[in-house]
Structure formats: C-alpha cells, structure tokens
Design a protein around this ligand. Structure first.
Ligand SMILES: Nc1ncnc2c1ncn2[C@@H]1O[C@H](COP(=O)(O)OP(=O)(O)O)[C@@H](O)[C@H]1O
Ligand SMILES: CC(=O)N[C@@H](CCC(=O)OP(=O)(O)O)C(=O)O
Length: 248
C-alpha cells in the first residue's frame, strides 16, 4: 500500500492558505505520497445559521445539529467550503477531486447521541478500496459528512473525520491545519505534548472550544497507529506534535 498523509484544513484556514502550502503538497506528491484532505467549514456553517437567525449551540466543540442546521451544514460544506478549496488547489496545478459520503457510499456513519447533539455523527466505515483507487491519481478533498445505512446525512466534526480516515487508511502522518500556530499555554507554543499532558490541559480549561476535538482527534490517531499527529497553522511549520508517552 502506498504511503499516505491526511491533512485536515479548518474552515477558517481555507481562506488563509500560504504559497508554501501548495508547494509542500507538490513536494509530497513528488515523493510518491498519496494525499487526502478533509476540510472543515465551521465558520461558513455559522454564517448561514446566523443569517437565518438559527441558534448556534456547541457541546465540547461539537455543533448541536437539528434538521434545519443539517441542511445548512450540507450547503456550507458542499456549496462553499469545498469549492473554495478545490479552486485554489486547481489554480496551483494540483490534481484534485472533490468527494463526499454519498459518492458510491464512500463513508458510512452512526449518530453519536441524538438526544444531546441531534444529527451529529461519527464515521463507522470507509470504503478504503475505492478511496485508495481515487487517491492513486488525485488529491482527495473530502467533506466531513457521513450517511447512515438508511441514508440519513450526519454532520461529523472534521478533526474526528480526518482521524478516522488516517486510522482506517494507515496514514503515516495526520496534519491538523488550523488558524493558530499550535496549542498555546500562557502565551507560549507547546511544541510537543503527550496524551496525558494534553488531557490535563483540557481538564484545566487551557484547551477549550474547537481545540478540544482537535486534540482528542490527534491523541486517538497516535494511539491507533498513525506515526505523527501535528497541530499547526502552516504545513511547513512544526506547530504542536502530539507524541506517545515515553516510558521512564
Ligand atoms: N490552548 C489553546 N491553544 C490554541 N488555541 C486554542 C486553545 N484553546 C482554545 N483554542 C481555540 O481553538 C481554535 C481552533 O479551533 P477551531 O476554531 O475549531 O479551528 P478549526 O476551524 O481550524 O477546526 C483557536 O482559534 C482558538 O481560539
Ligand atoms: C459536529 C460538528 O461540530 N461538525 C462541524 C463540521 C465542520 C467542521 O468541523 O469545521 P471546522 O474544522 O472549520 O471547525 C461543524 O458543524 O462545525
């Protein structure tokens, strides 16, 4: 199986991509890596719900998603965030393919907790054969949505989606690209954190809001075989590496 890097790009980060981002992707392609990008779109979803005066409620960084919010989520992800990213990649001469759960049942999901979160899902199955074939000739650009076996769309946190894909496809590396240089503590960038240290920063409310699912996702990735998980705002900067506990 070919080497794979999974890159998650937050909704905010889609509009802040630097020239080095595109050159790094080309460099990885030249080194025979397959690349899968999972994109977010949280700010685009919030903008649409605000315009329609729908309430925005989040629990541990996850958007409570009723039926109306789910429709706007699909609109924002597939009608705004994904094309904004695809067009930039294409303009830089990169071979890209926009993907979502409904392409030949690429991703299947289950509800997380309908009572608390509504139509929020987690990915339970990935058609890795189909995905590997697509990634042989393209950079895949995938929206964080899943479909249940009954055809119900689900809103999936993009960090969690990227992690499951990195696990299932045995990625070497997971890059979580966001709008901050990494995990900050007292104004300092933490260059590396063990899962235990990261959990403590969540418990003491140093890590809050959208950074929580991101850190949990990075921890899950390295605990299930992904060699490297990094949170950064530039693909060529080290940011914060979540690293395995070193036994003493
Ligand atoms: N300790 C922390 N260090 C850095 N950012 C943090 C921390 N705690 C919370 N955050 C917030 O998390 C945000 C990143 O999460 P989010 O907005 O969901 O990004 P994305 O859209 O890239 O997934 C940062 O912009 C920052 O406001
Ligand atoms: C369940 C849940 O919270 N889903 C996210 C999906 C988009 C996302 O994760 O976008 P960012 O990476 O830009 O934050 C949401 O509705 O905001």
């Amino acid at each position: 199986m070919q080497k794979l890097i999974v890159i998650k790009i937050g909704g905010q980060a889609i509009h802040q991509l630097q020239p080095t981002f595109f050159t790094q992707l080309q460099h990885w392609l030249d080194q025979d890596y397959q690349l899968l990008i999972v994109h977010g779109g949280g700010p685009m979803i919030t903008q649409l719900t605000d315009e329609l005066a729908l309430p925005v409620k989040k629990v541990n960084g996850l958007r409570v998603t009723d039926a109306a919010t789910l429709n706007l989520t699909k609109l924002a992800l597939l009608g705004d965030a994904q094309p904004a990213l695809l067009s930039q990649l294409s303009q830089h001469g990169l071979p890209v393919l926009g993907l979502n759960a409904a392409d030949n049942q690429l991703l299947t999901g289950k509800l997380v907790d309908y009572q608390q979160l509504g139509y929020v899902g987690r990915i339970t199955a990935v058609d890795d054969n189909q995905l590997s074939q697509l990634l042989a000739h393209h950079i895949g650009v995938l929206a964080p949505l899943a479909l249940t076996e009954n055809g119900q769309w689900l809103n999936v946190n993009a960090d969690m989606a990227a992690t499951v894909l990195a696990q299932q496809l045995h990625a070497e590396k997971l890059v979580l690209l966001t709008d901050v240089p990494g995990i900050m503590h007292h104004g300092n960038l933490m260059t590396s954190l063990s899962p235990h240290q990261a959990q403590r920063l969540i418990q003491t409310a140093v890590i809050t809001a959208g950074m929580q699912p991101k850190v949990r996702a990075a921890i899950a990735a390295i605990q299930t075989g992904v060699k490297q998980a990094v949170i950064t705002n530039a693909i060529d900067r080290p940011g914060t590496a979540i690293i395995q506990e070193v036994a003493v």
